[in-house]
Ligand binder design. Structure first.
Ligand code: SAH
Ligand code: SF4
Length: 348
């Protein structure tokens, strides 16, 4: 059986080489690139001025176009829209479109079908892992939203949907470079945020890529002991190793890191948690993003009261740590990681 490869995950020079291999001229590769980039085509059936014989030849070798199809759409009062997408092999992932101020749009993309990391409070972590996405499936999510917006590309991208980006490092980095290409969608690297649960080798590799992308690290706890209760990844890459990698990253790239900290009542929201967190983070340039827990089936935790959240925020600030509160957008559309898919899968 020929493996399916999605063309949106190939660079222009690779498309040219592919056309040469198929007995065509290299300029057909440039045409193919333009077609994919300008029309946001998501299937071979989309109108196309490439010769039918070329399309047939590529199709015969397992090359597909986009192949992300919306199965289900939900929107809430804030204008946040979430799609459940069907991939070529029937697997499903989620993509979320979040409108912000001044008409700016952020798109949250998935990088894997499910996730191996098993964080206790995460719907994706609870649904297990099926496979990693190809670069073309990651890029395809952005083309899909662009097409639905009448050809207007989103302003910001966050790799915070389903999956752990650094458990699919090569395809994610490939997708970033393609999305960044000036003759493609041309989304600035600074407008893209990668979020990791703390896969240390990924942070170290990213530091050497020379990319201007933003890095978020999901910390969620100020000590290894507490972190282990929430995030199994702590066993593999303990907090001290993670923080050392973060410090090296900021020194090498001269970029700051955003730490994500999901607040769970009575677990990680005590004043001394804020103090301990601040003590770790004073060592290098960073900021903290507090996220009140979104309720998840199978995890019996809740978000702290508003008062506690504000007190945590003030305490970090008093300790010299810049912190903001991120209201979980898209609550009305099963906004948190993996929740829509889980609901569809369980028929709830
Ligand atoms: N795997 C990556 C990126 C996807 S998760 C990571 O873990 O960083 C994106 C963010 O959503 C992470 O910070 C994650 O911890 C957070 N998250 C997951 N489930 C959540 C929930 N129920 N409530 C609040 N935040 C949640
Ligand atoms: Fe995976 Fe991130 Fe969910 Fe953890 S929070 S299970 S790393 S998607």
């Amino acid at each position: 059986m020929t493996a399916t490869v999605l063309l949106q995950g190939l660079r222009q020079d690779e498309l040219e080489a592919l056309c040469l291999e198929a007995g065509e001229k290299a300029f057909r590769g440039r045409q193919l690139w333009d077609w994919l980039q300008k029309t946001h085509a998501l299937s071979w059936d989309a109108p196309c001025n490439l010769p039918a014989r070329l399309r047939e030849a590529l199709r015969g070798r397992g090359y597909e176009v986009g192949a992300v199809a919306p199965l289900k759409e939900s929107a809430d009062a804030t204008g946040t829209t979430k799609w459940l997408l069907r991939l070529f092999d029937g697997e499903t992932v989620e993509t979320v479109r979040i409108p912000g101020g001044k008409g700016r749009v952020t798109v949250c993309v998935s990088t894997q079908v499910g996730c191996k990391m098993g964080c206790a409070f995460c719907a994706t972590g609870k649904s297990g892992f099926a496979r990693s996405l190809q670069a073309g499936e990651i890029v395809g999510q952005v083309h899909l939203v662009t097409a639905l917006q009448g050809g207007v590309r989103p302003d910001n991208l966050v790799f915070m949907g389903m999956g752990e980006p650094f458990d699919n490092y090569d395809e994610v980095l490939r997708a970033i470079r393609i999305l960044n290409a000036p003759d493609g969608l041309g989304i600035g690297a600074r407008k893209m945020t990668l979020s990791t649960c703390g896969v240390v080798p990924g942070i170290r590799r990213l530091a050497g890529e020379g990319l201007q992308v933003e890095l978020s690290v999901s910390l969620h706890a100020p000590s290894g002991e507490l972190r282990r209760r929430l995030m199994p990844v702590e066993r593999r890459w303990p907090l001290d190793e993670l923080l050392a990698a973060c410090a090296d990253y900021t020194a090498k790239t001269r970029r700051i890191i955003t730490f994500e900290y999901t607040l769970v009542a009575g677990i990680n929201d005590r004043p001394r948690d804020a103090d301990e967190l601040a003590a770790h983070l004073r060592a290098f340039p960073c900021r903290v993003n507090l996220i009140p827990l979104s309720p998840v089936e199978g995890f019996d935790g809740v978000a702290p009261a508003r008062e506690t959240i504000n007190a945590f925020l003030r305490r970090l600030a008093r300790n010299g740590i810049e912190a903001t509160l991120r209201e979980s957008k898209g609550k009305g559309v099963d906004g948190a990681c993996g929740q829509l898919r889980r609901r569809v899968a369980t028929g709830a």
